[in-house]
Design a protein around this ligand. Structure first.
Ligand code: NDP
Length: 448
């Protein structure tokens, strides 16, 4: 077992995608890149301490992994969760390098966070935790070099507190934080961006696979999670005419044969903002709640699967179950949502003419969040605000462009070549992101 299992898993996926393609045969120089790229440029680790509501001192570890800034300033979210450790943040930061490159904009990869359980704490204490974290983080961030955002456990509320503390500590407004409130530099559609982006890219996959005959309309969609990404993926799927049959949280899952309504999802959004459990929020919906379970083996027949909670949340067995249940498209809102066994199970069906499953990895599927974060910084730089329609349409076109680039790259470098109708997006997304960063590293003398 590796000392950093999550990071090793992320590295193995990229290594495999590159080694099993024709990239190294065509261009052997790229073999030199991954050993350099896989080591973060800098890892910041620091003590974070605050006073809790009982007047006691609490202390934990905070991190900012500045992975690679070859194509632009470090950019990536902050996670507040009791499982946060260096392995998880290195996996997330490493993924972020390729994802950010795939957006087509000049942003490097980073990730940070705090090992803390924020559940059950008062708003005052959350504010003190955010302030304490920023008292160290401010030393390494700032628009020109670093740009953090939210992730698990960090919503607009925490971003607001952290941005405020940065401003108080520095007398400057350039925290680079995105996901800010609309009154102080936030962008319309940033909260929705990751979930909407997952649905936009999946819709484009469906249209490609069916030559435009099908879309989300009439499809059954299984979603996990009930946080930021899951909420807006569900709302967009419903808007496009699909039936959302499941949601979950860290305590269990809720299954609805006839589907959640838009109003019910809005209740989930309000309930989660008030830090309630999904079981409590949905208790009067009349749906089935299964304690301690993920939705995949309980959701019945499905067409589309959108894991949107956390890493390694779809096992190989669950993937086999979903394939038998009719899944045709899987797109990961969560980072590394599927285990290697699950990805292998989905990928091996792709060439089958009867029941192919087309799998979209998170580097492509969930890049909508960082894309709109980048739009937020662009608006901040010009001191202007774009309309929701403008942001949404740019988001959609970038998601489609990311899919097209991944398909084109897969056709160019996958050993399957042009023979398959549905090219491997694992190969395409990894290599497309890698090439952009690798070329920049050669050009700037990071690797030679
Ligand atoms: P939130 O904190 O808003 O929601 C996370 C959801 O996942 C909650 O429902 C939470 O349950 C559940 N969850 C967390 N840990 C576990 C676990 N170990 N087992 C089961 N359920 C769990 O986070 P986001 O929605 O922002 O993030 C979800 C995923 O999307 C993450 O993988 C993140 O890295 C990824 N992502 C997020 C982006 C963003 O813009 N927010 C951008 C790109 C990727 P509970 O409510 O009980 O805590």
């Amino acid at each position: 077992m590796s000392y950093e299992p999550e990071f090793q898993q992320a590295l193995d996926e990229v290594t495999k995608a590159l080694e099993q393609s024709t990239l190294y045969e065509k261009h052997p120089k790229y073999k030199k890149v991954l050993p350099v790229l896989s080591i973060p440029q800098k890892v910041n680790q620091f003590r974070v301490t605050w006073e809790n509501d009982k007047g006691e001192q609490e202390v934990t570890v905070g991190y900012r992994v500045q992975y690679n800034n070859c194509i632009g300033p470090f950019k990536g979210g902050l996670r507040f969760h009791p499982t946060v450790n260096l392995s998880i943040l290195k996996f997330l930061g490493f993924e972020q390098i390729f994802k950010n490159a795939l957006t087509g904009t000049p942003i490097g990869g980073a990730k940070g966070g705090l090992c803390v359980n924020t559940k059950g704490r008062s708003e005052n204490e959350i504010r003190r935790i955010c302030n304490a974290f920023m008292r160290e983080l401010y030393k390494v961030i700032g628009t020109e070099k670093e740009s953090p955002a939210g992730d698990i456990g960090v919503s607009g509320v925490e971003v607001g507190y952290m941005h405020g503390e940065y401003r108080r500590l520095t007398d400057r407004y350039d925290s680079g934080l995105t996901g800010k409130g609309l009154d102080f530099g936030g962008s319309l559609i940033r909260p929705e961006a990751t979930g909407y982006g997952v649905v936009y890219v999946t819709d484009a996959m469906i249209k490609h696979a069916t030559n435009g005959r099908e879309s989300f309309k009439g499809k059954r969609v299984a979603i996990s999670g009930s946080g930021n990404v899951a909420q807006y993926a569900a709302l967009k799927a419903i808007e496009l005419g699909a039936t959302v049959v499941s949601l979950s949280d860290s305590k269990g899952c809720v299954i609805s044969e006839k589907g959640f309504s838009e109003e019910q999802i809005k209740n989930v959004i309000a309930g989660k903002a008030a830090r309630k459990t999904l079981e409590f929020i949905t208790s009067d919906f009349g749906f089935k709640y299964i304690s301690g379970a993920r939705p995949w083996t309980h959701c019945g027949p499905v067409d589309i699967v959108l894991p949107c909670a956390t890493q390694n949340e779809v096992s190989g067995e669950e993937a086999e179950h979903l394939i038998k249940a009719g899944a045709k498209y899987v797109a990961e809102g969560s980072n590394m949502g599927s285990t290697p066994e699950a990805i292998a199970a989905f990928e091996k069906t792709r060439a089958s003419s009867e029941s192919p499953v087309w799998f979209c990895p998170p580097k492509l599927a969930n890049m909508g969040g960082v894309m709109v974060s980048q739009f937020e910084l662009a608006q901040n730089a010009q001191r202007i605000s774009w309309t929701a329609e403008e942001v949404d349409s740019k988001l959609k076109s970038h998601m489609i462009a990311g899919l097209e680039l991944s398909m084109k790259t897969a056709r160019e470098y996958s050993k399957e070549g042009d023979k398959v109708k549905l090219p491997s997006l694992v190969v395409g997304a990894n290599i497309a992101g890698f090439l952009k960063v690798a070329n920049a590293m050669f050009d700037q003398g990071d690797v030679w």
